[in-house]
Structure formats: C-alpha cells, structure tokens
Design a binder for this molecule. Structure first.
Ligand SMILES: NC(=O)c1ccc[n+]([C@@H]2O[C@H](COP(=O)([O-])OP(=O)(O)OC[C@H]3O[C@@H](n4cnc5c(N)ncnc54)[C@H](O)[C@@H]3O)[C@@H](O)[C@H]2O)c1
Ligand SMILES: O=C(O)C[C@H](O)C(=O)O
Length: 310
C-alpha cells in the first residue's frame, strides 16, 4: 500500500495526516479539502516538519479528487464539528450530504479503497459512506472506540496515578452519550480494574467518558482533534502494517449482539483487508441492555438519515 487520502484538512484531518506521516509507513498522504489552498497549506506545513522530525512520507494538499486516484485507504473527516450546546446528532443534515458526496467522489477515482469515517454523527455517517461506496462491510468502518477508550484510559490513569500505557479497556455501542464502557473488560497490567478502584469512583469515570466529547466542546468551543486524529492514524497504521490488532471500531452488524443493519461500536480485528474478524463478547444482562439502548439511540438517527434521501 502506498497512498492514503485524508478528506477534510481541518483540525482532525490535518492532525491525522501529521501523526500518520510521523509513523513513516506510507509513501504518500494526500489531504483534500473543499478549500484547496487550505489543504495545500496544511500539507506543506506538515511536510516541512519532515526534515526536523525525520520522516519520508510525502504530504500534498488538493481540492481535486483526481489527485486521490488509486488510494489504498481514505479517511473521511469532512464536515462540520459541533459547538457548545449541540449534540453530535444535530450535525446530520449538513454532514450526511457532505459524507455522501465525498464518498461518491472518492469512488470515482479509487476502485477498492478501505474507508475510515470520522465525521459525526459517526455511526450514521459510516452507514452513509457504506451505502454510497458500494464496498463490502469489511472495507468501510468508523473511528470512535479508540478515542472513547483513550478518554476512559486517561481518566483511569489520572485517578490511579499509573501510566495509561498499562490500561487495557473495551467499549461498545454508538459514539454518543449512550456509549458503553465495560469495566468488566478493563485491566491494569492484567489486574482487573475493580481490584484497584472503588465502585463509585469507577462509575464516575464511566459517566465522564460517555460525555468526554462534550466536555472538550465546552472547554474549547469546538470539538477535539489531537486524540481523534491520533486514533484515526492508529487505525490506518494497523491496516498498513497488517497488524491484526483488536480495536473497538464502528462496524456493520448483521445479527451480532442481536443487532441487524446498523453500524455500531464493537471489537474488530484490523489488517490489510480492513476488518478480518468481528468479535462477539459474552455480555451479561446489564451490559447487553446498555448495548441495546445505545443501538436504539443510533437507530433513531439512522431513521432521520434514511428520511433525507441523500
Ligand atoms: N469520530 C470521532 O470520534 C470524531 C472526533 C472528532 C471530530 N469528529 C468529527 O469530525 C468532523 C471534523 O471535525 P474537525 O474538528 O476537523 O472540523 P473542522 O471544521 O476543523 O474541519 C472540517 C473540514 O472539512 C472541510 N469540508 C467541509 N465540507 C467538505 C467537503 N464537501 N469536501 C471536503 N472537505 C470539506 C472543511 O473545509 C474543513 O476544513 C466533525 O464532523 C466532527 O464532529 C469525529
Ligand atoms: O464530541 C464531538 O462532537 C467530537 C467527537 O465525536 C469527540 O468525541 O470528540
């Protein structure tokens, strides 16, 4: 694989491109934005960092889809971010049109790319890209779970005063306030987290994680980008290296977890062909109920999208 395209040169897209270039895994990263000069500027600035930090990946910016031809992986970050007081779902009327149009344009120039969606509302925008691309479900998925578990791990790291590197965690469901962090699948260097932290404090961390995106929107007036950009780059790296890493990703469900025909966050294995396996955890009754509640919330937004006929 030699070419990655990132659509959207804004906060998340430019960060993902920059982090990816630092990993030095791919020959070419193209950043495309509707504002072409802006993408060119971001790419040029990023590439001027190459000699300082020592990477060879070449970054270019464009607004012309012809320059994305034969991309192996495409990351879609195009669209508007939310402002304080908004939910991710409020973005649907604008972003559904953008994501659909972007996906169609990408498919005109690349035959069989792997598409990673970042734009919000994530689970439904991933569905929109899946439908617009005509690609198999193994090649279209969304980034949210790595970010949401990263927040969960950060909060646990602060509470326990341990390195977040030693915290392993899993999280399911939609990328909204109904997401389902799983304390039963959280360990610190192999030690169940429940042996290290009290029930109340852990529950407070779970609740803070669920609202983690909103906390940052309130602080900054727009949504986050460092951790989201790095999370998207981590998914691209797992594909480029054919790592077969297990990450929580937004994937199409056809019966798994009792859900059919929607995209939702679940653990998957990622490698050179995209999703090679979807893992079904043995959830207890309470966890399954939270997963179903989250699916219901995503399904409500999916109905709005279907009614839009984009
Ligand atoms: N999945 C996640 O976990 C996650 C995390 C953070 C942000 N997001 C979402 O990612 C999206 C981008 O966030 P951001 O902070 O980078 O926003 P931003 O405003 O900084 O950047 C978005 C970019 O998209 C571009 N754009 C708009 N329409 C376009 C089109 N038709 N074609 C090409 N480019 C187009 C804009 O010009 C802009 O540069 C938002 O929808 C945000 O909610 C998702
Ligand atoms: O919160 C947002 O709107 C952006 C993103 O989904 C996030 O979780 O940071």
């Amino acid at each position: 694989m030699s070419k990655v395209t990132i659509v959207g040169a804004g906060n998340v897209g430019a960060t993902a491109a920059n982090v990816l270039a630092h990993k030095d895994l791919v020959k070419e990263v193209v950043i495309l934005d509707i504002k072409g000069d802006f993408a060119q500027g971001k790419a040029l600035d990023s590439y001027q960092q190459a000699s300082v930090d020592g990477f060879s990946t070449r970054l270019t910016g464009t607004s012309d889809y012809a320059d994305t031809a034969n991309s192996d992986i495409v990351v879609i970050t195009a669209g508007i971010p939310r402002k304080p007081g908004m939910s991710r779902d409020d973005l649907i009327s604008t972003n559904a049109k953008i994501v659909t149009m972007v996906t169609r344009s990408i498919m005109e120039h690349s035959k069989n790319p792997i598409i990673i969606v970042v734009s919000n509302p994530l689970d439904v925008m991933t569905y929109a890209a899946y439908k617009a691309s005509g690609l198999p479900k193994s090649r279209v998925f969304g980034m949210a779970g790595i970010l949401d578990t990263a927040r969960y791990r950060a909060f646990l790291s602060m509470a326990l005063d341990v390195s977040s590197k030693d915290i392993q965690a899993m999280l399911l469901g939609g990328h909204g306030d109904t997401m389902v962090p799983l304390p039963r699948y959280t360990t610190v260097s192999g030690i169940p987290v429940t042996e290290l932290i009290g029930e109340e404090e852990l529950e407070a961390i779970v609740q803070r994680t669920k609202k983690g995106g909103g906390e940052l929107v309130k602080l900054m007036g727009t949504s986050a980008w460092y951790a989201p950009g790095a999370a998207a780059a981590q998914m691209v790296a797992a594909i480029l290296r054919d790592e077969q890493r297990i990450f929580p990703c937004c994937a199409f469900l056809e019966g798994e977890y009792g859900q059919d025909g929607i995209f939702l966050g679940v653990p998957v294995k990622l490698g050179k062909d995209g999703i090679s396996e979807l893992l079904e955890l043995k959830l207890n009754e309470a966890e399954m109920k939270l997963m179903h509640d989250s699916a219901d919330a995503v399904r409500d937004v999916l109905e709005v999208y279907k009614g839009m006929n984009v």
